[in-house]
Design a protein around this ligand. Sequence first.
Ligand code: PEP
Length: 252
Amino acid sequence: MERRMLIAGNWKMNGLQSARKEAAALIALQGGNMPGQFDVLICPPATLLADMARDAGSSGLYLGGQDCHSEDHGAHTGDIAAAMLKDAGAGYVIVGHSERRTDYGEGDAQVKAKAEAALVAGLIAIVCVGETLAEREAGQAFAVVGKQVEGSLPVGASAKNCVLAYEPVWAIGTGKVATLEDIASMHAHIRGKLKTAGGAALAAARILYGGSVKPSNAEQIFSMEDVDGGLIGGASLQATDFSAIIDVSKSL
Ligand code: PEP
């Protein structure tokens, strides 16, 4: 199965109404339409989702949430259900981002439950995994990430409803990028875990790299065998940078 690349922006807790102009500028820089050969996604704060979905119109730009609750409704003050994201115009939701795992102590079982809620709501789940610097230095990166993949994948995961994102924690927002060799070996490791968990149907899932991706390094990273695009934080906030990453990906 041919894997279709995904270039995904994670705006995190950044963006007032005025930030909508960045997505509009991105669409304009891309000539009104996203490239046909791969998918482009922005995950803005939930407060902007519905407006940005409307702004995106028929440009082909996908919108996504940054997190969801594992239940579909109820007494969970401050949380957001996957169905609400879908209702606001999302097609995807990030689950298990390392900032959620760190800030809220989210573990694999909770991430798995959130991913399952995403699938029930008809969203594609972007399941994030990645080791800390201490774990890498202790030689545990493969074991840690392997365990996260096994523990975080939702029941019913397939290449159609799940995307994996490998984000070494020490490379997120730090300007440090994993070496191409480290990325290649970890993505191959994750691909192997997907195959064990769900055979060929799951092994064909997209695996994104995340961690200080920018216009100057995107082409090299995305052209590797088991890398099917990126999850991009800082460089997705400015239309010019994100558009430049999209542009360098067009030839891949
Ligand atoms: C992220 O937010 O998932 C991320 C990878 O951030 P950055 O690109 O800023 O490192």
